[in-house]
Design a protein around this ligand. Structure first.
Ligand code: F6R
Length: 261
């Protein structure tokens, strides 16, 4: 795991965007895995800026989102479909049909999850998966207890997650209980996993992910088994890491050829 601690979420978002831009420059037909929620918003704004001001093009890029609420209309302001289009997809030059998001209105959820897995395979797999983390250690919507080798499927949200996401819906009652989510096994097949976490309230989940035991009780800890996992944090989210100073030293002393910035 490469743990990078930036002073604030703005500089962290800029670094994450630089890593994605570097990938697209090397491989204009890269396949990106995308996350919703508040964490990647700075990253998405920076990608839009790079598209507008530095001619970063997404014309040959394909994207797959991690998850979606079951039963919400895509036009609902709280659907991940809507959120993703508003925050990124509508603002860049992706080709028609290049963005895929799990279909929370599918009649046959099982078949739709299988089709989603097949579409990722057909695209050649995900080159870089963007991830946030829940307060309970969830990755995508793989709540604690999820199989570490799970595939795209239906999940029931935990009370912790319903409470956290009520801020988007106005009340806990309005948050759908069920979601479709890539599994941990699906996520682990991405060639690079890039997890972002900001704020004091994520510090416990981050410490459990990076320095705790690998366990389904903290689903994000499965990233310890990933060959190429980059964890980008602000100081607050990193505040409970025992090896905090070591991670800073490693990043500062990177050889030039390994540097992102
Ligand atoms: C969203 C997702 C979730 C969020 C997590 C953190 O697609 O998969 O795992 O990344 O719930 O949400 P925020 O960023 O809103 O704190």
């Amino acid at each position: 795991m490469e743990v990078i601690i930036k002073k604030d979420r703005e500089s962290a978002g800029r670094l994450a965007a630089k890593i994605i831009a570097g990938l697209i420059n090397r491989n204009p037909a890269a396949v990106l895995g995308l996350a919703t929620g508040s964490t990647p918003l700075g990253l998405y704004n920076e990608l839009v800026r790079m598209h507008k001001e530095e001619s970063l093009s997404f014309r040959h890029v394909k994207t797959f989102n991690l998850d979606e609420y079951i039963g919400l209309d895509p036009a609902d302001p709280c659907s991940f479909y809507n959120e993703m289009h508003t925050n990124l997809l509508k603002r860049i030059d992706l080709a028609e049909g290049a963005a895929q998001i799990p279909d929370g209105r599918a009649k046959d959820i099982v078949a739709s999850c299988e089709a989603y897995e097949a579409a990722i395979k057909r695209a050649g797999g995900i080159d870089l998966q963007v991830l946030g983390i829940g307060h309970d250690g969830h990755l995508a919507f793989n709540e604690p207890g999820s199989s570490l080798s799970s595939r795209t499927r239906i999940k029931t949200l935990s009370k912790v997650t319903i409470k956290a996401n009520a801020r988007f819906f106005g009340s806990e009652e309005r948050v759908p209980k069920h979601v479709m989510t890539m599994g941990l096994g699906t996520i682990m097949e991405a060639r690079t996993c890039m997890m972002l976490a900001f704020g004091k309230d994520k510090a416990d989940a981050v410490a459990a992910t990076v320095e705790g035991p690998v366990s389904a009780s903290c689903p994000a800890s499965v990233l310890q088994f990933h060959q190429n996992a980059i964890i980008i944090l602000d100081e607050e989210a990193a505040s409970k890491l025992q090896r905090h100073d070591y991670y800073i030293d490693v990043y500062e002393d990177k050889p030039d050829w390994q540097r992102y910035e």
